[in-house]
Design a protein around this ligand. Structure first.
Ligand SMILES: [Fe+2]
Length: 250
């Protein structure tokens, strides 16, 4: 199974401003027809209905093989001003039409999808890391929150789950500290829950591609660029239980 990691698409209302991401997605559709696509948030730029419609129309072609998590821009203007109405649109326009198997704002549990190919069973676990308060300093940074953490812990304790490879993904960067607009406040609690229990962690938010090996007891952790206009993306290969990462042209 091959997985392509995209992030921070920032769809605008005016499709003439979406040409870079639309062209990237056309290339992905043509060149990677069987890849699973994981998108780690900021799918739209400020949560307007038109932006969500543009994103849904562009992503619908990947239905069944695209998995998404929300970012701060999906839930509010300039990524700083949380709006419950905009947050709810993420589920209405993306999670439900793209058959994510769960909702983010509405249920707020980890959204889980399992994909199988000849050699592997892979569980995709998406988290909503938006700290949903109305204060701009709170909202721009992230938090998994007690409820989602407890649900994640319970999910990973299920006896059938250890047999699968597990890809965990979310928007906020877990290694940033002391930055009121970026940090994931409960990164330490998340690290304790996933230690030695997850195979790959994917995230975005900072718009800088990077990768880490064997941090938090996780073999691979990958940060993605903002995908519009970029020429490469992270690719994860899972084959007969073996993991590898690469960067491929998009
Ligand atoms: Fe972001």
């Amino acid at each position: 199974m091959k997985i392509l990691h995209l992030s921070d698409l920032h769809f605008h209302s005016d499709n003439s401003k979406n040409q870079d991401i639309l062209s990237t997605l056309r290339n992905v559709e043509k060149n990677y027809p069987d890849h699973i696509i994981v998108i780690t948030g900021d799918i739209v730029d400020d949560g307007s209905e038109k932006q969500y419609k543009n994103a849904r129309d562009a992503l619908k072609t990947f239905d069944g093989r695209v998995f998404i998590a929300p970012g701060n821009h999906d839930f509010g203007a300039i990524g700083n001003f949380y709006s419950r109405e905009k947050a709810d649109r993420f589920d209405e326009f993306l999670s439900i039409p793209l058959n994510q198997g769960g909702t983010f704002l509405r249920e707020n549990k980890p959204v889980v999808n399992v994909k199988t190919d000849e050699s592997d069973i892979v569980m995709f676990i998406a988290l909503d890391t938006n700290l949903e308060t109305y204060h701009p300093f709170d909202f721009a940074c992230g938090e998994v929150g007690e409820f989602q953490l407890a649900e994640l812990d319970m999910l990973l304790s299920n006896p059938t789950v250890p047999e699968m490879k597990k890809v965990l993904f979310f928007h906020h960067h877990p290694f940033m500290r002391n930055d009121p607009f970026m940090e994931l406040k409960d990164a330490g609690e998340l690290a304790r829950i996933i230690y030695n229990r997850i195979d790959v962690v994917l995230f975005g938010h900072k718009h800088v591609m990077d990768s880490w090996k064997n941090r938090w007891g996780v073999p691979y952790m990958l940060a993605a660029d903002n995908s519009p206009g970029k020429t490469s993306a992270g690719e994860i290969t899972i084959e007969n239980g073996a993991l590898s990462i690469d960067h491929v042209k998009i």
